[in-house]
Ligand binder design. Structure first.
Ligand code: ADP
Length: 238
């Protein structure tokens, strides 16, 4: 069984089935992208892994433990959203320490961990700033630090770069991968941007209407698209 094991997940909203029989195993430390057009079900799969959405059927397990029935706050999962998800009335340091405080960690341990996280994201001087005093790219680094501070087993990134300027997006791609590799954290990255998925990932899952059309390395996806949809979406067919 893979470290993060997603098995036969399905999700319907009323009569609308948005995820159909989604099965995927992700190895420890692997960086996997879910790539596909808006509305294909990427976020819904991610939200079921996070515990924000209950599957209609199927199961999710981490490190051999079935977490399908666990509420989100009892899963060891960190999540970063598109943008603007920091607490505006808390400093950067308090944002990063938020999950640790909720978990009842002591002040000294929180301060130590926040310091480590600020170093990790390359913003050691900015702990006392407020989110509105940061650029969009800096805010997303802080969101990443906040997600990682409690040492989650799995990191979920939902279009974390899409609200940023093109230039910052490219530099943050590399930054995210560096941090992810440093920590060896198992990661799912949701994006509709094929270049982002192909340049960043160990493997890519191309999704289409609630189904994983193809799972493969960026090389396989680009050079040997399994369906016409994949070929069109990754841009090898026009
Ligand atoms: P993606 O992340 O690929 O853009 P989503 O997973 O957000 O796609 O959405 C997949 C489909 O499910 C869309 O048609 C969306 O409208 C629908 N959907 C998502 N959440 C809900 C919900 N809470 N209620 C009803 N329909 C939903």
């Amino acid at each position: 069984m893979a470290f993060l094991d997603i098995r036969h997940l399905q999700k319907s909203f009323g009569a609308l089935r948005v995820v159909q029989d989604f099965t995927l195993g992700i190895e420890k430390g692997e960086f996997v992208s879910f790539l596909g057009p808006s509305g294909c079900g990427k976020t819904t799969v991610l939200r079921m892994v996070a515990g924000f959405e209950t599957p209609t059927s199927g199961a999710v397990s981490i490190d051999g433990h079935d977490i399908t029935g666990l509420p989100a706050n009892r899963r060891k999962i960190g999540m970063v959203f598109q943008a603007y998800a920091l607490f505006p009335n808390l400093t950067v340091a308090d944002n990063i320490g938020f999950g640790l405080r909720v978990a009842g960690q002591g002040k000294a341990e929180i301060a130590r961990r926040v310091g480590e996280m600020l170093e990790l994201i390359g913003l050691p001087q900015l702990g006392s700033r407020y989110p509105f005093q940061l650029s969009g790219g800096q805010q997303q680094r802080v969101a990443l630090a906040r997600a990682l501070a409690p040492r989650p087993q799995v990191l979920l990134l939902d279009e974390p770069l899409s609200a940023l300027d093109a230039k910052i997006r490219v530099s943050l791609r590399e930054e995210i991968r560096r941090i992810q590799r440093d920590l060896g954290i198992t990661t799912i990255f949701v994006t509709h941007d094929q270049e982002e998925a192909l340049s960043m990932s160990d493997r890519v899952v191309v999704m289409h209407q609630g189904i994983a059309d193809q799972v493969g390395t960026p090389f396989e996806i680009y050079n040997r698209p399994a369906t016409r949809f994949v070929a069109e979406f990754v841009g090898t067919l026009n």
